[in-house]
Design a protein around this ligand. Sequence first.
Ligand SMILES: *Cc1c(COP(=O)(O)O)cnc(C)c1O
Length: 485
Amino acid sequence: MNTNNSKNFESLDPQDWEQSKALMHQMVDDAFNYVQHVRDRKIWQDMPEPVLNSFKTALPKQPSTAEQVYTELQTNVLPYPMGNIHPRFWAWYMGNGTISGVMGDFWASILNPNLGGGNHAAHKLEEQVINWIKEIIEFPITSSGLLVSGGSMANYSALAVARNVKAGYDIRSEGLKANNLVFYGSTEVHSCNIKAIELLGLGTKGLKKIKTNADYTINIEALKQQIADDRTNGLKPICIIGTSGTVNTGAVDNLNAIADICEQENLWFHVDGAIGAIAMLSDKIKTQLTGIERADSVALDLHKWLHMPFEAGCVMIKDNAGHKDTFSLIPEYLAKNTRGLASGENWFSEYGLQLSRRFRALKVWMSLKEHGSDRFGRMISRNIEQAYYLGDLVNNHDQLELIAPIGMDIVCFRYNPGSLDLEALNALNKEIKLQIEERAIALPGYTTLNGMYCIRCAISSHRVTNTDFDVLIENVLSIGHELRN
Ligand SMILES: *Cc1c(COP(=O)(O)O)cnc(C)c1O
């Protein structure tokens, strides 16, 4: 009998299903332990030479046992994590993952459907997740949306639609003609928007960066003036990007003021909500975000404040037809049927760049169902309270100072013992931040604001407690002190 259990039949299935299952059970035990006790392990550590060398070996042409491979994973990978599932990770801007998200990813790989399109349950499930996100950001049900890899792809996709809809001619067939199209955002706009506009053929000059107010929100008067000047100079303004939660300081642009300008000037209103849009779930932030529902498009990240395992982002567009017109292209080999697997009206591949797409909706669906959106909202609210808690610790100590107003859950501060010039202060704070990291106390981030290097904490952890910030501040002070003496 030539089944795939027979010795002669070669496939990629386990040779011994029972043995493979036992290994997987072991992995589940180990993985749960890993997450449950994440706080007890080093948040981050450098990889020693033998570990680094293990990643330089040549292509393995011959098999190993799965047990051997797992041992290597345990030895060379698991002890050297990025650190972002640890409660004291506050660098860049990341979520922590959820166990339900892990379960979703597991089944997504087992089922392994291709979400390019087709008539199957995974497709319906992704549609449902997108509809839930419309509810969260108060977008009409007729909007179109797509799960994408993250904020960068979400912004790119939305700006592509904005360009095509507002260009005023068929840019898909004709390409860029005069190349006078202009996008607007503040100087704090995330770099992925700049990349997107470059890739859309407009060059960096296609994005006008508008100065900010003292709180790092876009200066509305300067924005209006720039649009007027550009029109006078023969340019064609097409879109304003508002940011709800800038990556440096968490500043939220005045979305209603931008929406008003877009209405008056007939511009596309895009919101980069990679950090902030999902905070619509938190009653602490929601009022700050009013105006988001007036946007033509929103980019969200679900692997940031919604804690989905990487990768998960979402783009939402009100002009469903404009969205589809930007990306839909159906060759004969993708032609649809009215019945069967290849039926269904709107395929996800018609709404984005990707044809083959993984089943990333499942982890979102399982996590939202298990926890309920209110709980995610409470986690977000707690992070905001923690940001102010940390802010108070900073304000209550005369050798510490906030360098920017606290925006959402982002706190930028520095150690300042007085009597040092800017250069010395910057070097001192850089060294404090590195020592905190190398001593595996915590992983704060950093940025530079108006020339001032600062320790930047983006508090987007569902595991962190106030005590963790007490520990951070104690160590900033003691290391600062050590370095000064
Ligand atoms: C993180 C971030 C992005 C990019 O999102 P990715 O998921 O990293 O691609 C875009 N905009 C803002 C404001 C961000 O914080």
